[in-house]
Design a protein around this ligand. Sequence first.
Ligand code: T5A
Ligand code: NA
Length: 202
Amino acid sequence: MARGKLILIEGLDRTGKSTQSEKILSALGDEAVLLKFPDRTTRIGELINQYLTDSNFELPAQSIHLLFSANRWELNSEIHSLLEAGKHVILDRYVYSGVAYSAAKEIPGMDISWCFNPDKGLLKPDLTLFFSNQDSSSLQDREGFGEERYEKIEFQKRVRHTFSNVFDHISDPNRAIVDVSDRSIEEVFRYIEPLFRTVINK
Ligand code: T5A
Ligand code: NA
């Protein structure tokens, strides 16, 4: 059986990653499985969820960084098995988010290279679609923005900048940038559909 393809949807907060991940899943039906990071359902994921949603729950930046990475490692062998079984696996966030949000905190010693280290050896996507918009101010208008720890405009601006440095650090020929500015949900999907179909038909 042909190995399935690993398709990653990455990008800034509230750019429509989860919406489009679900649409890809619907389009591929039972040929595909969707996994979201952080996976808040595991023991490690519960801690991450508490950190993101409870501003009184503090952890050192290094500790929460390693928990996000540990959460990916928890599912690595499952993803591997799914791909071997011929399923396409859609990921909603992964290593890029892991590195960018932590490095954007600008903690001495926690540079991009340090942040990338614990993720070394994780499965590599066959396609990464990176969702971007022209400015972060429109983010505030989208439903739910501001409820979680990193959802502050100033921090998001740093994350945006850090992502471009992460791009330089993780060289990846299978990556495409998707500008979602002023595009409807359907317009974004029409843009990405030929991109993921080409990869899964290879
Ligand atoms: N994080 C994550 C780390 O720090 N380290 C890590 O290793 C990882 C994996 C939670 C936080 O964790 C950080 C990053 C985050 O700050 P999360 O659970 O993925 O990560 O965050 P969510 O809050 O679930 O998701 P996002 O904020 O990233 O939102 P999405 O998925 O980009 O956007 P989505 O699809 O939920 O859409 C948001 C709203 O916009 C509408 C939708 O209907 C929805 O209401 N919308 C559109 N509206 C107009 N036009 C369009 N084209 C639209 N597309 C969607
Ligand atoms: Na999401």
